[in-house]
Design a protein around this ligand. Structure first.
Ligand code: AMP
Length: 276
């Protein structure tokens, strides 16, 4: 496995890959856990070579967010990438990615970028799409892997790749959870034991929503809302799988965001609406 630090080295490493088959790409912000490892393993299973990026992107953090306390663990991350069979890891500095400060050119996520997570984090998806577009340009993969954990991000990346003809397959991977159901997240380490207990109501709410699916949208939202005690809920919403308005029946997505103490958590789950 090669570790490269500059854009030029990544371009050269990509060009020199001795493979005829597909090249996979897994962008991350590091502090890798089993959720990230599942993406690395899917990419390794499908592709002849796997590129990974580790970069905490300042553009996607708001002025009051946690970029300075965001966990960093490069040595452990490299070991995880090596164990998963990755080929190249790109771990640039902020100065390497933004040598002259924030870029003037950015990818506009459109109206969906201002909803849900975008309501609370107005510049977030612009920052995400801009760095992902750039990383895709550098890595030139055939397929790129993203977690359903960040469902709105996945939908917006599909939208960007489709509408800008970026010519890469976007693979969505199911959310990896702790045994109790809490979705793995680098931010879970900020939770105290009692907060972790309270955070469990997120997945209980989503599962209650799924169970109420045959009763329709109203029943799903009522069942989920009933479980969300003891947390400050930013939103609980039922949408179509592409995050447009929820259908009356058929596949839908239930999404939630809530604060537990000072930690903000998000989660989502597929729901089937209406009688089977
Ligand atoms: P991050 O390092 O938080 O930017 O995440 C990098 C990638 O890992 C994104 O595509 C996330 O959606 C994905 N990811 C994070 N947590 C999980 C999880 N619990 N299960 C599956 N994918 C995840």
């Amino acid at each position: 496995m090669r570790v490269v630090r500059t854009r030029q080295e990544l371009i050269q490493a990509r060009a020199g890959l001795p493979v005829a088959g597909p090249v996979g790409f897994v962008p991350t912000m590091g502090a890798l856990h089993a959720g990230h490892r599942a993406l690395l393993e899917s990419a390794s299973a499908d592709c002849d070579a796997v590129l990974v990026s580790i970069f905490v992107n300042p553009l996607q953090f708001g002025p009051n967010e946690d970029i300075d306390r965001y966990p960093r663990a490069l040595d452990e991350d490299l070991a995880a990438c090596r164990a998963a069979g990755s080929t190249v890891v790109f771990a640039p500095s902020v100065a390497e990615m933004y040598p002259t400060g924030p870029p003037r050119t950015a990818v506009d996520p459109g109206p969906l970028g201002a909803e849900l997570e975008g309501q609370v984090r107005p510049e977030h998806f612009r920052g995400v799409l801009t760095i992902v577009a750039r990383l895709l340009q550098l890595a030139r993969p055939d397929a790129a892997y993203f977690g359903e954990k960040d469902y709105q991000q996945l939908v917006l990346i599909r939208q960007m790749v489709d509408e800008l003809d970026m010519g890469v397959r976007i693979i969505g991977c199911p959310t990896v959870r702790e045994p109790g159901g809490l979705a793995l997240s680098s931010r879970n380490r900020y939770l105290s034991a009692p907060e972790r207990e309270r955070a469990g109501s997120l997945i209980r709410a989503l599962r209650a929503g799924v169970a109420a699916g045959p009763g329709g949208a109203e029943a799903v939202l009522n069942a989920a809302r009933g479980c969300l005690t003891d947390l400050e809920v930013d939103y609980l919403t039922l949408r179509a799988p592409d995050l447009g308005p929820a259908p009356e029946r058929g596949p839908a997505r239930l999404l939630v965001a809530a604060r537990v103490g000072t930690t903000r958590l998000i989660d989502n789950i597929p729901v089937l609406l209406g009688e089977a």
